[in-house]
Design a protein. Structure first.
Length: 340
C-alpha cells in the first residue's frame, strides 16, 4: 500500500510517499522560516498563502523522485489537526481534492501522532510499548504508548511549552527566530557557573511542566543587567536557560519511566533535535539503563513523511478509517489522548 502524506499545520509544507512494502519512497519539505523571521514568529495568514503556493510543486517533486504516478497511490493522509486553522485547511483541501479526482480514500491524521510515531522511521525503531516525550514549539507532553492509537496522557505543560520558552527567551536575548537552534548554539560557549535559573516544577509530585516562569527569569536577568548584553553575556544566559530546560525534561522522563516500569523512551518533536537535550538523555539512559530513541534529524520538525507513515500504520490496522467522503473539516485543537 502506497500512502501520500500531506502536512501543512504551521510553517512547513511537507509532502511524502510511504510504501508499506518498501518504506519511505520520497519526501519533500519547504520551510517558511525565512519569511516569518522578520516578524519574530509565524504569521498565520502568510503561512496559509504560502502552503497554497508550495503544495503542488512539492507533490510533483515527490512523484518524480519516487518514480511513481498519481494512479499508483492507494490512499491519501493529511494533517487534520492540531495547528493553525487556515494552514490546516490548505492541506485538507489539497488531499481531499486529490482524493476526489483520483477516487482514492483519504484519512485525517493527528499531527502529534505523526511526531510520536516518527522515530519508527529510523533504522533502529523502538518496539511498543514505550514512554514518549513530545516536545515542540506548541506542545510538551509525556505519553504512555501501548500501540498505534493507544495513548495515555501522563503529564503536560500548564503554560508555555518548551519550544515556546526557547523562542521567547531567544527573542529577549536578541537572537532572532526560530529561537531553539539559536539559543542552543549560543549556549555552547556559555559558562554554566555564571547564572542559575529556576527549574519549574522539578520537584512537583506529578509529570506536568511549566516554563513561563523560566522565560520570566530570563526577562528579569536581561532587565537587571547594568550594561548592554555582550555576546558572552548572551552565551552565559543561554547556557543557564538550556541547562534548566534539559534538567527538567530529563527528570520528568525518568519519573515517567519509573512510574510506568518501562525501559524505552521515545523523544519526538522539534526540540528533540536539541543537542544538549540529547546529550542529557543519553547520559541518563547510560546511567539508569534504559533505551532512548529519537527521530532522524530531518524528521524532528514538521514533515510529510511522518503523516504518510502514521496514515499507513492506521490503515494497516483499521482500513475502514479512510473514506471516500471528501467533505472535510480541520481540528485546530485536538488532544492526542482523545483519538482512537
Amino acid at each position: 500500500m502506497i500512502v501520500l502524506g500531506v502536512e501543512s499545520s504551521c510553517d512547513e509544507t511537507g509532502i511524502a510517499l510511504y510504501d508499506t512494502a518498501q518504506g519511505l519512497r520520497a519526501h519533500a519539505l519547504y520551510s517558511q522560516v525565512s519569511m516569518h523571521e522578520e516578524y519574530g514568529g509565524v504569521v498565520p495568514e502568510l503561512a496559509s498563502r504560502d502552503h497554497i503556493r508550495r503544495a503542488i510543486p512539492l507533490l510533483e517533486q515527490v512523484l518524480k523522485d519516487s518514480q511513481l504516478s498519481l494512479s499508483e497511490i492507494d490512499a491519501i493522509a493529511y494533517t487534520q489537526g492540531p495547528g493553525l486553522a487556515g494552514a490546516l485547511l490548505v492541506g485538507a483541501s489539497v488531499a481531499c481534492g486529490l482524493g476526489l479526482a483520483l477516487n482514492k480514500p483519504v484519512l485525517g491524521v493527528h499531527h502529534l501522532e505523526g511526531h510520536l510515531l516518527s522515530p519508527l522511521l529510523s533504522g533502529t525503531p523502538p518496539a511498543f510499548p514505550f514512554i514518549a516525550l513530545l516536545v515542540s514549539g506548541g506542545h510538551t507532553q509525556l505519553m504512555q504508548v501501548e500501540g498505534v492509537g493507544q495513548y495515555t496522557l501522563l503529564g503536560e505543560t500548564l503554560d508555555d511549552a518548551a519550544g515556546e520558552a526557547f523562542d521567547k527567551s531567544a527573542k529577549l536575548l536578541g537572537l532572532g527566530y526560530p529561537g531553539g537552534p539559536a539559543i542552543s548554539r549560543m549556549a555552547e560557549t556559555g559558562d554554566p557557573t555564571v547564572y542559575k535559573l529556576p527549574r519549574p516544577m522539578l520537584h512537583a509530585k506529578n509529570l506536568d511542566f511549566s516554563f513561563s516562569g523560566l522565560k520570566t527569569a530570563v526577562l528579569t536577568l536581561v532587565k537587571n543587567h547594568t550594561a548592554p548584553l555582550s555576546e558572552q553575556d548572551k552565551a552565559n544566559i543561554s547556557r543557564a536557560f538550556v541547562d534548566a530546560i534539559v534538567e527538567v525534561l530529563v527528570a520528568k522522563c525518568l519519573a515517567a519511566l519509573k512510574q510506568s516500569g518501562m525501559k524505552r523512551l521515545v523523544i519526538a518533536g522539534g526540540v528533540g533535535a536539541n543537542a544538549q537535550l540529547r546529550a542529557g538523555l543519553n547520559a541518563a539512559a547510560s546511567k539508569k539503563r534504559f533505551a532512548v530513541f529519537y527521530p532522524e534529524l530531518e524528521f524532528c520538525t514538521d514533515n510529510g513523511a511522518m503523516i504518510a507513515f502514521a496514515g499507513a500504520l492506521r490503515l494497516q490496522s483499521h482500513p475502514e478509517a479512510a473514506t471516500r467522503d471528501y467533505r472535510f473539516n480541520v481540528r485546530p485543537r485536538w488532544p492526542l489522548d482523545q483519538i482512537g
